[in-house]
Design a protein around this ligand. Structure first.
Ligand code: TRP
Ligand code: SF4
Length: 336
């Protein structure tokens, strides 16, 4: 039986953090065993937000690929490619842009949240909202459909974008005839990871993230500053681990002593400093194999480039094929 295709993407704007890892990427590592897996480094999408910072996007592309390889994405099983090397995606974006209204894009919950964040950053002028930014969900629909992705493994924040893609596909197929596949989102077990500060979401711009590439000193500092039960003042005060971020990360990285942590915390038998130190040790142990692999790829940039070149080539062929079908359906295949 032919393997089903899954496609996912990630913006190159910096290193991966635990939110990416547990919220989405660890799922990709499992899925690559069973599915024909495509992972897009969404540089064009990153530029919608960072068009005035091309150096950052460029640098992040290889950094991100190194991170992905370090956590166990296997280039023999998953095709990693760069969005901008597939011009078909840009072409599809233009065609799809007729199938979505501006009002609908403005109502997209993910876009709405991002616009709100931008306004908080840049003030109410709204000047920072470009045509390209508002349209990125259309471009994301092109990402997914170019590869006939059936399942899209993502974190929870991406659900409105998958829904937007489904609507575009539905409209396309109903006007031009059955051509594209309506994708389904595929959430991981924990689709959203909390930040060190207790925020519901770990995010790079929120300053509450542990990056997979953080060095020992940074990890120590960050964990020592994590939010614990605010009612625990003295070492022997009983506390509630369920409102403590240190406990949350103990659980997340599967500390085998988790029961003890919980009991001791509840009974006032554990101080927060000791508890944090224990988490630091487990975190460093958890990150060690990832760090070792990163060093390997950082020392072999030619291997990373080769993986990307091959990935781009393979992805391009599939997108070209979809493009032919789309042009035929839209009756713009003039010389066939
Ligand atoms: N929007 C996603 C993010 O912000 C990245 C992305 C780009 C993506 N293209 C995609 C995700 C296609 C899933 C499918 O991380
Ligand atoms: Fe959190 Fe540990 Fe302190 Fe309990 S003892 S509040 S789990 S840091």
């Amino acid at each position: 039986m032919e393997k089903q295709t899954i496609l996912t993407g990630i913006r190159p704007t910096g290193h991966l953090h635990l939110g990416h890892y547990f919220g989405a990427c660890s799922n990709w590592i499992k899925l690559q065993e069973k599915f024909d897996t495509y992972i897009e480094i969404a540089d064009v999408q990153a530029l919608t937000d960072n068009f005035n910072n091309p150096d950052k996007v460029r640098k992040s592309v290889r950094q991100l690929v190194v991170d992905l390889l370090s956590i166990g994405i296997d280039p023999k099983k998953a095709t990693i490619f760069i969005q901008s090397t597939i011009p078909e995606i840009a072409e599809l974006t233009v065609f799809y842009s007729n199938l979505v209204t501006i009002a609908r894009l403005q109502r997209n919950p993910t876009v709405k949240t991002e616009i709100k964040q931008k306004k908080e950053l840049f003030g109410e002028s709204g000047e920072s909202i470009t045509y390209g930014f508002l349209g990125y969900p259309v471009s994301q629909a092109a990402d997914i459909t170019a590869f006939k992705g059936k399942l899209v493994p993502v974190g929870e924040d991406q659900l409105p974008l998958i829904e937007q893609c489904r609507e575009i596909v539905h409209k396309f197929n109903s006007i031009y005839g059955q051509t594209l596949i309506e994708p389904k989102a595929y959430l991981s077990e924990i689709p959203r990871i909390k930040g060190l500060d207790g925020n519901e979401k770990m995010g790079k711009s929120l300053g509450n993230a542990i990056f997979l590439a953080d060095d020992e000193k940074t990890i120590k500092q960050k964990i020592m500053g994590a939010i614990t039960d605010p009612n625990k003042i003295k070492i022997d005060d009983p506390a509630n681990p369920n409102i403590c971020m240190v406990y949350y990360y103990h659980k997340l990285i599967k500390n085998p002593n988790i029961e003890t942590v919980c009991e001791e915390c509840k009974n006032g038998k554990r101080g927060c400093v000791v508890c944090k130190k224990e988490l630091i040790n487990h975190m460093l142990e958890f990150l060690k194999p990832i760090t070792d692999k990163r060093k390997y790829y950082e020392n072999h940039p030619e291997i990373v480039d080769q993986i990307l070149k091959e990935g781009n080539q393979k992805a391009k062929k599939i997108a070209e094929n979809t493009m032919k079908e789309v042009k035929k359906s839209m009756k713009i295949n003039y010389f066939e």
